[in-house]
Ligand binder design. Sequence first.
Ligand SMILES: Nc1ncnc2c1ncn2[C@@H]1O[C@H](COP(=O)(O)OP(=O)(O)OP(=O)(O)O)[C@@H](O)[C@H]1O
Ligand SMILES: [Mg+2]
Length: 484
Amino acid sequence: MKPSKVLIIDDEPLMRLSMTDALRAVGHEVSAASTGQEAAEFLAAASFDIVVSDLRLPGMSGLDLLRLGKERSPLTEVIMITAHGSVETAVQAMKLGAYDYLLKPFAMDELLMTIDRATKMLALRQENVELREQLEGRFSFEGILGKNSRMREVLEKVKLVAATDSTVLIVGESGTGKELVANAIHRSSPRRDQAIVKVSCAALPETLLEAELFGHEKGAFTGAMRQRRGRFELAHRGTLFLDEIGEVSPVVQVKLLRVLQERQFERVGGNETIEVDVRVVCATQKDLKKEVQAGRFREDLYYRLNVVPVVLPPLRERKEDVPVIAESMLQARSTRGGKSLKGFSQAAWGVLLRYSFPGNVRELENMIERGVALSRPNEEVEVWNLCGHAGCPFLGGPPQPDCGLCHEGLSGTVRAPGEIEPLAAARDQFERQYIESALDRTEGKKLLAAKLLGLSRKALWEKCKRYGIEVGKDEKESSDEESG
Ligand SMILES: Nc1ncnc2c1ncn2[C@@H]1O[C@H](COP(=O)(O)OP(=O)(O)OP(=O)(O)O)[C@@H](O)[C@H]1O
Ligand SMILES: [Mg+2]
């Protein structure tokens, strides 16, 4: 195990010395102070992994020192020593963020064990930070974040299709990132230096949409005072993004079919045939196949559009993307607003992971925007800041049926601020995260992950099932093993 940098603060010389010796003997780098004042100077001059401090100190109370230490370096773990067995003070220390406390008199072994645990915890946290950075690099493309296996496939597909001129049909519920994907395709395509022109097909009535897409000649209809170029012309050499393509009327569908087949058209009221070089990307929330079956959408047009389909799953079907997106958005927003926040509280995580996000990523984004705006600097984002409800049940208010976040969040355990999670739940959460990080490391290969974790394949399989961790990717691998 990596040695830690430890600061010991105790006014009793014998205690100070024995602790220092014991820790140095196992390789830790130790500094020692006898007063709060001296400790404050140490903390100002260097950063420590672990601080071990007596609660009672001359000059400054251990609690004040804990506050100071946490302010200076929130990542430092603090272990308090109390001679009085006063559980209350110890609990207060834990609430202020102490890692653990030791009751005097304690054996040096006890101290060593506590330090060991804290060191492991630090290493794990460091690993998580690294993992997160890695995830963000590996699981993002042009601003699209996604760790879920279906989203990773989407990212791969987007990268590949961007290089071509193929027509792309992006399908997904509202807020799943269809426009983001369209932008990504354009920005990483050879057409990136030209324009991406966007048309929302649902926003305009048929005749206006037709003129908008193809342009019109002077006098083509009442109010057509002069000739106007349409979006297809404006997108020449670039990309045309046709949003809500499922809303297009039969008349416009015919015209679209022609321009997609022949790359030519006439302006409304005109005879001149215009040729364009346009890459078309479409998006829809509808199941176009069903629209075809219902006779509302031309089958030939559907096949023209659906050359490369990109399907964006709803956020509720890719919960593992919630932390990746939430953390990245929190960071971006707090940096932009110049407000540093400590991340999400435990309860906020619980609610975020339970919530179904009918508005998908857009809803999550708005929630985080609110969370950042309403949270105080250097504090954690709490549930009531995410939903913005003053009477949030998490603050002891009555359940608010109009607030999905509180409502769904309530289906799990609710804890008042200051209360901590029961050990079993915390252990489950830790175990789940630990398994997920091992699986990430092995890129989803369970056999390898089981080896890393020191578990049998069967035990890992059962745990994955229990925690709802996506399995099945290498079912083949395991059944091969089973039969062999
Ligand atoms: N995978 C993702 N990673 C990061 N941000 C995302 C992701 N998906 C969506 N977003 C963000 O969520 C918001 C909504 O995305 P977008 O506008 O692309 O959705 P949409 O599918 O076009 O929605 P609608 O159907 O309502 O038009 C945007 O601000 C977008 O940047
Ligand atoms: Mg959109």
